[in-house]
Design a protein around this ligand. Structure first.
Ligand code: SF4
Ligand code: FES
Length: 386
């Protein structure tokens, strides 16, 4: 239970199992607009248009409601959150409400003045995503010219402004061999933390799975590299290693368990238990324009649907890990097995596990991966991945 969340407001119904009174974090997808076109983007295939985005006042209200609910951290994300001209107005209210604010950015649209302004307003942390530390490869992955040079600049500004920095490095077939250089880059940028995030295959990434899937040998090697670097960089940089599901034996507790610790608000204001949950049929997503955030968290249909363990089928229902991994990822179960209530196929006990592993092994063994389907607002021709 989260002690600082208001209890009385919605106390007429008992809180269901495994539901904290408040989530720890809220991912605010301020916009789906983004100058980059990464093929593993976690945004949905149907992107929210600019004219449907919440207004400044509506986002500010989300920040206040989040703080009242007892949420501790706000992750300002997108798309690219800095394309919103009112980012400062939103950050200012979030800071005043007492929230820890994290800006998740690709960096390419940021200026030093703007970053300094955000810092003055109280922005707590910057999370900078990178595609690779090889210029040409970074350009190919993001379909954006000179992005890496700009990211170096942003890293330097963050250092000069003495703000804490996380480097977020999505890892896949096209950059996994560069992992040691990616780690060095993060050290050079002065990052206190690095996310070595093997791609999770939902949304655009699922469309591009065959182009992005590394081999098992590459993944094992990358785990060794991370372990050695962790040791070497103790006290300098913290590692978050997101393991690749397809070569796992047990799944991750996706989102820390459905409706347990985090919530997402989309650019239009729909409130989701996870960024990919719109792929799960039968869920009703409430909007912050229509219902208080706290009520959505505690009683919203989408949050209740897979909260706790009572929805589980076998083998999860009687498994000793049921309250450890919560059956893995609902969106992955939906995408691969056609039923979100099935065991995540990443689990070795899932009847779909062998097919899941076989898909990764055969796709990663292809000498010539298929071209990327780039993430774009409107479909257009994009350069092919080699
Ligand atoms: Fe987790 Fe379900 Fe697999 Fe058990 S059977 S390890 S609960 S996914
Ligand atoms: Fe939705 Fe895992 S991404 S539950």
């Amino acid at each position: 239970m989260n002690e600082i969340a208001p209890m009385e407001q919605f106390s007429e119904k008992p809180v269901v199992e495994a539901c904290a009174r408040a989530p720890v974090g809220l991912l605010a997808e301020l916009t789906h607009r983004c100058p980059l076109q990464c093929p593993y983007c976690s945004n949905p295939l149907e992107l929210d248009r600019v004219n449907s985005e919440l207004t400044t006042e509506q986002w500010q209200d989300v920040m206040r409601q989040a703080a009242e609910l007892g949420i501790l951290q706000i992750h300002l994300s997108g798309g690219e959150p800095t394309v919103r001209k009112d980012l400062e107005d939103i950050v200012e209210v979030a800071v005043k409400a007492g929230l820890y604010t994290n800006l998740i950015t690709a960096g390419v649209t940021l200026t030093r003045d703007r970053l300094a302004r955000l810092k003055d307003l109280g922005l707590d942390h910057v999370q900078l995503s990178i595609q690779d530390v090889d210029d040409a490869n970074a350009e190919k992955i993001s379909a954006y010219k000179n992005g890496l040079a700009k990211k170096r600049e942003v890293g330097q500004w963050v250092r000069e402004l003495e703000m804490p920095l996380t480097i977020n490095a999505p890892i896949h077939r096209l950059n996994i061999e560069n992992l040691p250089n990616i780690i060095d880059f993060a050290v050079e940028m002065g990052a206190g933390r690095i996310e070595v995030a093997n791609i999770q295959y939902y949304a655009w990434a699922l469309k591009n799975r065959a182009a992005l899937m590394p081999t098992r040998a590459q993944v094992l090697k990358s785990a060794e590299i991370v372990e050695a670097a962790k040791e070497r960089l103790k006290g300098i940089m913290v590692f978050d290693f997101v393991v690749p599901d397809y070569y796992a034996k047990t799944p991750k507790p996706c989102m820390g368990g459905w409706g347990r610790g985090v919530m997402n608000v989309t650019p239009q204001g729909r409130v989701l238990p996870c960024h990919a949950s719109e792929t799960v049929p039968g869920l009703v997503f409430d909007n912050v324009k229509d219902r208080p955030l706290a009520d959505i968290w505690l009683n919203g249909q989408a949050f209740q649907a897979y909260r706790g363990t009572s929805w589980m089928k076998e083998p999860c229902r009687s498994c000793p890990r049921a309250e450890i991994d919560f059956g893995g990822c609902r969106c992955q179960a939906m995408a691969f097995t056609g039923d979100a209530a099935n065991t995540d196929p990443a689990c070795k006990l899932s009847p779909h596990h062998d097919a899941f592993v076989a898909a990764a092994e055969s796709e990663s063994a292809e000498q010539t991966p298929p071209p990327f389907v780039y993430r774009r607002m409107s479909p257009a021709k994009a350069p092919a991945a080699e």
